[in-house]
Write a protein that binds this ligand. Sequence first.
Ligand code: DOR
Ligand code: ZN
Length: 477
Amino acid sequence: MNYIIENATLVNEGITSIASVFVKNGIIEKIIPADGGDGACLISTDKNISNYNVIDATGLLLLPGAIDDHVHFREPGLTHKADIASESRAAVAGGVTSFMEMPNTNPPTLTQQLLQDKFDLAAEKSCANYSFYMGVSNSNMDEVLKTDPKRVCGIKVFMGSSTGNMLVEDGGTLSTLFKEAPCLVAAHCEDDATIKANAADFESGELRVESGVWRVESGEWRVESGEWRVESESFLHPVIRSVEACYKSSSKAVELATKYGGRLHVMHVTTGKELSLFRNDISLKDKRITAEACLNHLWFSDKDYERLGNMIKVNPAIKAETDRLALLNALVGGRIDVVGTDHAPHTLEEKMRPYAIAPSGAPSIQHVLPCMIELVNKGFLSITKVAELMSHNPATLFNISRRGFIREGYHADLVLVDPHKPQVISNDGIFSKCGWTPYNGIELHSTVTHTFVNGELVYHDGKVIDGVRGMRLEFNR
Ligand code: DOR
Ligand code: ZN
């Protein structure tokens, strides 16, 4: 099907403008800007459009589809939580047209064959475009170095333990990685020794924090100031997975990448303190060290543990409100380059377990674009910045071929958003297999109305259209 998206408000490359976009054979064929007058761009009276399906986009925003550089879709091996089919449906509902998936599946993605198996699964099942990270262990460097930089988004290293036990601590492995990796190295940074020491204190019932000491008394945690918390111990997550743990590990990653000339991308930065490690005085194209922030850390803060408990137990932990505000500032100031989701579903049953044994991670992809637009409404950033952080910059940072911008000749990965169609997020409407979201009950002012992947309409007015398949991302490297 070919489309004319007529009279839309394009949000693209730093400006918003009225235009009509022709989509033919999966590609953005032409962009016709409004030519003065009343500012409208109505072309459906044109005689040569009989082969096109005209979509009236008057009053709607047209953005390049979001490229999410950080998802956990759980296939193979953990498909009781999620799978590529279910989560790619959640993705397109959230305005995400391409995703890059992490290696902590079961088995973990530690060989080229296992990596290829994931690409094969996605070709069969994914309704969004896809790529997969190669994983690193302490003993698979020969496999890692075989990674094809033109066909694989990057290499993921856990320099902090998280879901999946893929921690890499061996100094030799890390230095070889930053010296010889054929493409970008994406790092999860949380210092394991710091976390282990804090976790041991937690187990012993006494945790030291800046404001004093938390102690267990009669089975309840109490801080010296007298404040009591009894609902869930999850509010201690950012005390255990602390600012210091993040800073120590991110600093080490930056140090190693600088020493060996590696191309480092620090995933899900969560603290104001880490921001000084990243530059905002050079253009993205020239950076060798880049940073990502994720929606959960931009949306929630430690104030939310009381209400949401383990539902927002994620690694690295959601930290203080001051950290959240610092991250939002860094989106605008240029130290953070991209926004991803870290969409990481677990079952509700798993998340209902006591704090210490509930897994970390939460789903978030299905509402990421309207949530980011809500942050625009709250005055934190501009709508053009959202397109930059979620589409243009991921495309530039990963050197993705012909995606991430609304340009003639590019793949037609496009999203229409009605900025005046409010919605209340509900667990009832979740496409993710887990069937819940920490965003349940949140009111948003905007709604994704249409999502196109490679020129095909895959999501419209709350429904995923069956049968559309995404493509493997290609990289100009
Ligand atoms: O919270 C998280 N969940 N952080 C990670 O690093 C992994 C992820 C998961 O896979 O559940
Ligand atoms: Zn992750």
